[in-house]
Write a protein that binds this ligand. Structure first.
Ligand SMILES: CC(C)(COP(=O)(O)OP(=O)(O)OC[C@H]1O[C@@H](n2cnc3c(N)ncnc32)[C@H](O)[C@@H]1OP(=O)(O)O)[C@@H](O)C(=O)NCCC(=O)NCCS
Length: 164
């Protein structure tokens, strides 16, 4: 059985670990390595000081509390944007599920829970960025995201948006 619960402060090491797995889906980031990439200011800004107004997250756990996946969103300032930045009032989402538990619906359940949270918080939309080669694009399309139309078509990443 898998439960979805709100993100807690003691989930931070897990969130960082899953954040690296998500970042490493970009081949260039993956090749640079975890320590280098996670120390970049533009990557650290997804992680530091989590719990600010506008931040929210959910964690998938087994009945005995083992963490299987996490999804979260946060607002970014225009001068310090995320890679999937659309607007100061549109949070950017990130997600990761442990490798052994992928393909069982956990990512979909996390996305649905986080979209529900975003609607409760009255956000108008959520954005994300995904490598064009990442099969997660299909999952995002199924849960209501579409190409936001602002990414370079020849670039490796595409920014997607879900209107809420
Ligand atoms: C993307 C991810 C969170 C999806 O979680 P999940 O629990 O596997 O997702 P679900 O089981 O609910 O849905 C399966 C869908 O996820 C996508 N997917 C991406 N990578 C997958 C993998 N390794 N195994 C299975 N499905 C994967 C596919 O779209 C798949 O649907 P499809 O089979 O119809 O194409 C998870 O695979 C993951 O952590 N991947 C590595 C990190 C990552 O890519 N994060 C997102 C960066 S933008």
């Amino acid at each position: 059985m898998v439960l979805i619960r709100p993100l807690q402060p003691d989930d931070e090491p897990f969130r960082w670990a899953m954040g690296w797995e998500a970042a490493a889906m970009n081949a260039e980031a993956g090749a640079r390595g975890r320590d280098t990439v996670m120390a970049l200011p533009q990557v650290r800004r997804y992680f530091v000081d989590f719990g600010r107004p506008g931040d929210a997250g959910v964690v998938a756990v087994t009945a005995d509390g083992a963490r299987l996946g996490v999804a979260w969103y946060r607002l970014f300032a225009a001068e310090e944007p995320g890679y999937g930045f659309i607007a100061v009032d549109v949070p950017e989402l990130a997600i990761g599920v442990v490798a052994e538990a992928r393909g069982q619906g956990i990512g979909g359940a996390l996305l649905e829970a986080l979209l529900a949270r975003a609607r409760e918080q009255r956000h108008r939309a959520l954005s994300l960025v995904v490598d064009r080669q990442n099969p997660a694009r299909r999952l995002y399309e199924r849960t209501g995201f579409r190409d936001a139309g602002i990414s370079d078509p020849t670039g490796s990443d595409v920014i997607m948006v879900a209107d809420l």
